[in-house]
Design a protein around this ligand. Structure first.
Ligand SMILES: CC[C@H](C(=O)O)C(=O)SCCNC(=O)CCNC(=O)[C@H](O)C(C)(C)COP(=O)(O)OP(=O)(O)OC[C@H]1O[C@@H](n2cnc3c(N)ncnc32)[C@H](O)[C@@H]1OP(=O)(O)O
Ligand SMILES: [Co+2]
Length: 134
């Protein structure tokens, strides 16, 4: 079911500071910030040769990363995103196996304009998993 590692996401309290750290200290290629109101976050991507790092900052009321940042005020690894060929088939197979798909269970459009879904961290060794159809 799983394809490539699309990105590892890090939630941060200050997106500009994180972007500057990776750009200026680590010499990485860093994208412009992208606001995603539907997801309650603003994101920046660090482009690596074989994958990406996604920095997340809360956007608006009720951001899904607000509680995580309250528990981890300096930031921390928030989720891991794997590519799948068919997200609805993957969802149905996972649900049939008892995994919890977050939200209403329907794919939403993610930062790359592709359908995404999230799986509960308690069902995946304590790690929030995002699936992205490529
Ligand atoms: C899609 C756009 C973009 C992209 O890549 O294209 C993004 O990635 S946007 C990313 C932000 N969106 C989401 O994260 C959506 C899915 N997330 C959620 O629905 C919530 O964040 C949820 C349900 C995972 C956690 O909600 P909350 O923080 O309110 O915590 P709970 O009290 O419900 O947590 C229960 C339990 O799980 C532990 N937990 C929570 N978050 C994480 C995490 N990121 N990694 C590992 N574990 C996590 C939390 O500590 C609680 O554990 P407990 O032992 O019960 O204390
Ligand atoms: Co993500």
């Amino acid at each position: 079911m799983l394809g490539r590692l699309n990105h590892v996401a890090i939630a941060v309290p200050d997106l500009a500071k994180a972007a500057a750290l990776y750009r200026d200290t680590l010499g990485a290629r860093v994208s412009a910030p992208q606001a995603l109101p539907e997801h309650g976050v603003t994101v920046v991507f660090v482009e690596l040769g074989n994958t990406k790092v996604e920095f997340l900052e809360p956007l608006g009321e009720g951001s899904p990363i607000a509680a995580f940042l309250a528990r981890n005020p300096d930031g921390g690894m928030h989720h891991i995103c794997y590519e799948v060929d068919d997200i609805v088939a993957a969802r149905d197979r996972l649900k049939a196996g008892g995994a919890r798909v977050l939200g209403d269970g329907e794919p939403k459009t993610g930062a790359h304009g592709k359908p995404v879904l999230f799986l509960h961290p308690k069902d995946f060794t304590g790690t929030l998993v995002e699936l992205e159809q490529v």
